[in-house]
Design a protein around this ligand. Structure first.
Ligand code: 5GP
Length: 191
């Protein structure tokens, strides 16, 4: 297990320092992704699906998940934003980058980093459903069930986690920490 690390971020302009408390280590993540890949293959392996990576947070998860999938599929990207630079949802989702491919008559798998209130994934599902896909399903690495007020349906879930802000493995705090190979809870410890 990775050890708790203190991060002193760029002091100009001053950003708070953080203590990062590891929640899920590299091995746990790798093992769970292998299981998810088997589940995805069982349902979609014969269906030539489109895997939709929800940028930016899902980039690392999609890279690792798709390398475990040994059947034909295409990958496309979109970007949805609901948070800005805040750690609480703005309550509104915007599509900032759309898919390049048509999804008409295709089986679509939306891959998210985290489902929190469920707002983003509900919005994306509803948006993609209007484009005449054969099916739309959802895979998320993390889920905070305590906050999923929108009751977003999730077909594949990596881990259910407590209601605490997390970073690493693609997830950021103001653009930082996406590179961490593990997932950690963030504790602010001042400047
Ligand atoms: P929702 O719409 O489900 O409330 O939130 C989904 C989006 O909020 C995620 O794709 C992610 O960008 C962001 N988010 C929610 N919880 C966290 C968290 O604990 N850490 C980080 N870094 N982002 C989060």
């Amino acid at each position: 297990m990775a050890t708790t690390t203190k991060f002193r971020l760029n002091p100009e302009p001053p950003l708070p320092s953080h203590r990062l408390e590891p929640l899920l280590d590299e091995e746990e993540i790798r093992n769970r992704i292998a299981e998810l890949a088997r589940e995805v293959k069982k349902s979609l392996g014969e269906k030539d699906p489109i895997i939709v990576c929800v940028l930016k947070g899902a980039f690392m998860f999609v890279a690792d998940l798709t390398r475990q999938l040994d059947f034909p599929f295409s990958i496309d990207f979109l970007r949805a934003s609901s948070y800005g630079n805040s750690v609480v949802t703005s309550g509104e989702v915007r599509l900032e980058l759309d898919l390049q491919q048509s999804i008409s008559n295709r089986h679509v798998l939306i891959v998210e980093d985290i489902v929190d209130t469920g707002l983003t994934v509900k919005y994306l599902q509803a948006n993609l459903e209007t484009r005449n896909p054969a099916s739309v399903s959802v895979c998320t690495l993390l889920h905070k069930p305590a906050n999923n007020v929108k009751l977003a349906p999730i077909d594949y879930c990596g881990f259910e986690i407590p209601n605490h802000f997390v970073v690493g493995y693609g997830l950021d705090w103001q653009g930082y920490y996406r590179n961490l190979p593990y997932i950690a809870q963030v504790h602010e410890i001042g400047n």
